[in-house]
Design a protein around this ligand. Structure first.
Ligand code: TXA
Ligand code: MG
Length: 321
């Protein structure tokens, strides 16, 4: 790996204006940013990540007023949500304006928009003067990065810059809500829970975010094998009598007993926000060839715990080694 291309806010903004791609911190996970209006920059994002172009990108803004540069027919509900949860870990799907290239939305007539709360992300968006398309800054199907070092380990020699904004405080990708259909629908669980959406909108549908074989994806890109470390990770009940492979490591949650002592603990006190902020960093840390299996404790499937269960189910192997 070559020396990571560490860069500053102003240099990142300059690079973005010239059509380069740069990894930037956000409160959820690090993003790989490029000019959302520039198909060549978008193409560089897909190439650097080895991401198939049927998986659309999220466009990042730094002012609610920018929403109407990107989306059209914006319902009142979008402004209500923006008022309540932006800047923050929420992405809204809306009908797209023609100025957003098809490459950004994988040909969909809708666009995903987010206003992140991370001050460094906001500074870069503002200084570049551009809406920035940014998927998570990892190789396709790998674990999302929650530190600048995670980004460097995967993408250092493929991108023009990396801005270090410290560890992500939320630690899991934004909640996605679609306002482009008949009824508001949560497409991806995150820190903004269905209850929080319902509080603003009255009621919301919650879609099963994994795709069914042979069916078009409800939210393109929501493959059921996302977020996978190289070492097999298992999230689920162990069959009776199953013999753990040598060098199994355990990601514990709270004070539960497990078949082996905890290697790391997401949160000793069972705090869900702390657990969320730790999960991807632990998955990165334990993804080493010397380990045979990563075993993860059950986590309550409520609130932001739904996001953790969603990501861990995708990360988990279906058959034990
Ligand atoms: O927290 C986040 O959302 C992070 C940071 C960088 O902002 N970004 C992120 O991007 O997680 P990414 O590319 O890993 O996930 C984007 C997902 C797509 O896989 C797809 O499921 C959904 O957003 N998406 C994007 N545009 C969509 C659209 N028009 N309709 C439905 N789903 C869409
Ligand atoms: Mg991603």
């Amino acid at each position: 790996m070559k020396f990571p291309p560490w860069t500053s806010v102003s240099e990142a903004a300059r690079l973005l204006k010239t059509g380069e791609v740069v990894a930037i911190p956000t409160e959820t996970v690090y993003g790989l940013a490029g000019n959302a209006f520039e198909p060549k920059a978008l193409a560089k994002i897909f190439a650097a990540k080895e991401r198939p172009t049927f998986d659309p990108l999220i466009v990042h803004i730094a002012d609610i007023a920018q929403l109407s540069d990107i989306a059209k027919d914006i319902p009142e509900a979008a402004y209500k949500l923006a008022e309540a949860y932006w800047p923050g870990p929420m992405t809204i799907i809306l009908p797209k304006k023609d100025c957003i290239p098809d490459l950004c939305t994988s040909g969909l007539p809708s666009v995903a928009v987010r206003f992140p709360s991370h001050p460094v992300a906001q500074a870069i968006i503002k200084e570049s003067g551009l809406p920035l398309a940014a998927p998570s800054a990892n190789l396709f199907k790998h674990v999302s990065p929650t530190t600048a070092e995670h980004v460097a380990a995967q993408l250092a020699d493929r991108i023009a810059g990396i801005v270090d904004g410290g560890p992500c405080t939320v630690g899991v990708e934004s909640s996605i809500i679609s306002l482009a259909g008949e009824k508001p629908a949560v497409l991806r669980p995150g820190a903004i829970t269905p209850e929080m959406f319902a509080k603003v909108l009255g009621s919301v549908d919650v879609k099963d975010s994994t795709s069914k074989p042979g069916q078009p994806m409800a939210a393109p890109g929501q493959c059921d094998t996302h977020y996978r470390p190289q070492v097999p990770l298992y999230f689920g009940e162990l069959p009776a009598g199953y013999k753990l492979p040598a060098n199994t490591v355990r990601i514990a949650f709270g004070k539960q007993n497990g078949p082996i002592p905890a290697t790391v603990n997401l949160s000793e006190s069972g705090d869900m926000a702390e657990a969320t902020a730790n999960l991807y960093a632990f998955m990165h840390d334990l993804d080493k060839p010397e380990y045979g299996l990563i075993l993860v404790d059950p986590i309550p499937n409520a609130g932001i715990g739904m996001a953790l269960n969603d990501r861990l189910k995708r990360a988990s192997v279906k058959a034990l080694p």
